[in-house]
Ligand binder design. Structure first.
Ligand code: NCD
Length: 330
């Protein structure tokens, strides 16, 4: 996330806005015809993997995909260096998700084509933070508020959540941000990230009580306990279900227009339920708007990487098919 300045973020958001006719299936474009994305996912993923792939397809490019470390040559002892050199010979851009912190960086240093970090262990998930902030901006704008003066509560496993880590770094680029960090004791946000935020002028406070942490904010950003990062399942089980947001708690402690976000997947198993399904009828629940915005942001990233932002329209074609999704707009 440190690679981005405020102007870069603004540019990505402007390009993302221009991608809307394509995600809405009003038009198609073939601007990346012939280009190949290697989508390398060595950890579980649904939305990140599929939305990167869809974004590339929507720009007219082709996607090659590997999922699961067991089906790749990494299990034969191949180094990140060799793996990156080989793959970059087959691809024009690579997205990688890998369980080790720092792996995307290591991979990128040996790659001959651009690499996007799709999540490296507990470290970072920058494209998620970009789509989260884009969503935050849209939601705030609809309430006549601004990203330069807003209050957000981040809730849950702030120690291991890579989406949280990238979002905290991204928030340093904005002014007058109030950040409330609400986590069970032991799952606190990394102190260096809190310090970085304070240095840039944000007001940061920490809570170990859910009800206290969620008051007086515009945005709630809920996360699941990242059970795959704990040394033992028992330890993960201890934290599961400690922080649960439901409609009753929301009604009692939140402002009536507080927006609810989550990077997803939410853990809907009985022992977890950090975001109760009884919130699904709450109009402030933005989780599915958030996932839709992911495709726009990822299209924008590809359009910028390939330097085709101004050609997207030129390579647009008429759409020859209709589904319930685009019928209304035709
Ligand atoms: C997140 C991730 O993988 O870090 N999911 C996602 O990409 N949307 C968050 C999570 O798994 O909890």
């Amino acid at each position: 996330m440190q690679q981005f300045e405020r102007a870069d973020v603004e540019e990505i958001f402007e390009v993302a806005d221009r991608m809307r006719p394509f995600t809405g299936r009003e038009r198609i474009t073939r601007v990346l015809e012939g280009a190949i994305l290697s989508n390398m996912f060595f950890e579980p993923s649904t939305r990140t993997r599929v939305s990167f792939g869809s974004a590339f397809n929507l720009l007219g490019g082709n996607v090659r995909e590997t999922t699961g470390i067991e089906s790749s040559s990494i299990v034969k002892g191949e180094s990140m260096h060799d793996f990156a050199r080989v793959l970059s010979g087959y691809s024009d851009v690579i997205v990688i998700r890998h369980p080790e912190s720092g792996s995307a960086d290591e991979f990128a240093s040996a790659s001959q084509v651009p690499v996007i970090n799709g999540g490296d262990g507990a470290n970072e998930h920058p494209s998620q933070a970009l789509l989260d902030l884009y969503t935050i901006r849209k939601e705030l704008e609809s309430q006549d508020k601004s990203v330069d003066d807003f209050r957000i509560a981040l809730i849950g496993d702030l120690a291991n959540g890579r989406a949280v880590h990238s979002l905290l770094k991204l928030l340093t680029l904005f002014k007058r941000v109030t950040v409330q960090l609400a986590s069970p004791e032991g799952l606190d946000a990394p102190p260096d990230l809190i310090e970085q935020l304070r240095v840039t002028g944000a007001s940061v406070s920490e809570f170990h009580d859910l009800r206290e942490g969620i008051q007086h904010v515009d945005i709630l950003y809920v996360t699941r306990v990242q059970e795959e990062r704990f040394p033992t399942q028992d330890e993960a089980n201890y934290y599961r279900g400690l922080f649960r947001l439901n409609q009753e708690i929301y009604s009692q402690y939140c402002e009536s227009n507080t927006v609810i976000m989550h990077p997803l997947p939410r853990d809907s198993r009985a022992q977890s339920q950090e975001l109760d399904e009884d919130l699904d009828s709450n109009p402030n629940l933005a989780i599915f708007r958030q996932t839709q915005n992911g495709v726009l942001i990822r299209m924008a990233l590809f359009a910028l990487i390939f330097d085709v932002v101004n050609d997207v329209e030129r390579y647009a074609k008429p759409l020859r098919w209709r589904t319930p999704r685009n019928r209304q707009s035709s």
